[in-house]
Every structure is written in C-alpha cells, then in structure tokens.
Design a protein. Structure first.
Length: 131
C-alpha cells in the first residue's frame, strides 16, 4: 500500500513539473497577448497539483519582484487561455484548473539569511573555538 501512495506522490510531482514547463514556455515565448505580461519576465517557480490532478496552484515570481500584483492580475485574467493551452499540450483525462499565487519563498529565504547574519545571532552560533 505504501508503494502505491509513493508512486501517486511521484506522479503529482511529475505532472506539476510538466505543467510548470508548459506555462514557462508559453510565457517565455510571449504567446499570451497581454501588455502587462509582455513587459515582464515571469518565472513559474513551482506548480502543486491536487491529488485528483484537477487543480494546479501555480507559484510565480516576476523578475526582480517588480509589479507582482499587476502580473498576477494579468495571469488571472488570462487563466482560461492558459488552461486551454496546458490541456492541449498534456494527455490528462481532465484539464487542471489553474490558480496563480505569488511565490514568497525567496522573500522568506532572504529574511532568514538576514536574521542569521545579524551580529547577535552570529555570536550565538559561534563555537567556543571561534570566540
């Protein structure tokens, strides 16, 4: 039974990665006719699929994090087109509904890095030999 759930998790990851590649290609080629998207380089950082593969949460990050809200709005406006394109390029029984969210993991990583570089924290992390 564990093997079946493990292979299901692998399938979710594989399908999510396929969707990520397709969306990245569509956005990189400029296939979406939208002025906001044409002005921004958008990275699709991750796609998380629901267990039934009917829903995909797409995490995006515009280059340098500029105009994130405008880019999200443009993607949400063009969701129907993007869903059709993904469904056309994949061989799944159902077309996944796409939901676009900003990827905050980079910001969280930068915040943690700043905290670790703080002199007070660095002092606590030193080994007795370094003091």
């Amino acid at each position: 039974m564990a093997q079946k759930s493990e292979s299901g998790a692998v399938r979710l990851l594989r399908v999510g990665e396929q969707v990520r590649h397709i969306l990245s290609e569509i956005l990189a080629r400029g296939d979406v006719h939208d002025d906001v998207l044409a002005k921004h380089v958008v990275s699709v950082t991750e796609v998380r699929m629901s267990p039934d593969l009917r829903h995909a949460t797409v995490f995006i990050k515009p280059l340098l994090g500029r105009d994130e809200e405008a880019v999200l709005k443009a993607l949400r406006t063009n969701t129907a087109y993007l869903q059709r394109e993904v469904a056309h390029r994949m061989t799944l029984k159902y077309a996944a509904k796409l939901k676009f969210l900003a990827d905050d993991s980079f910001d969280e990583g930068s915040h943690i890095d700043r905290l670790l570089r703080d002199p007070k924290v660095a002092q606590d992390l030193m080994t007795p030999d370094e003091e």
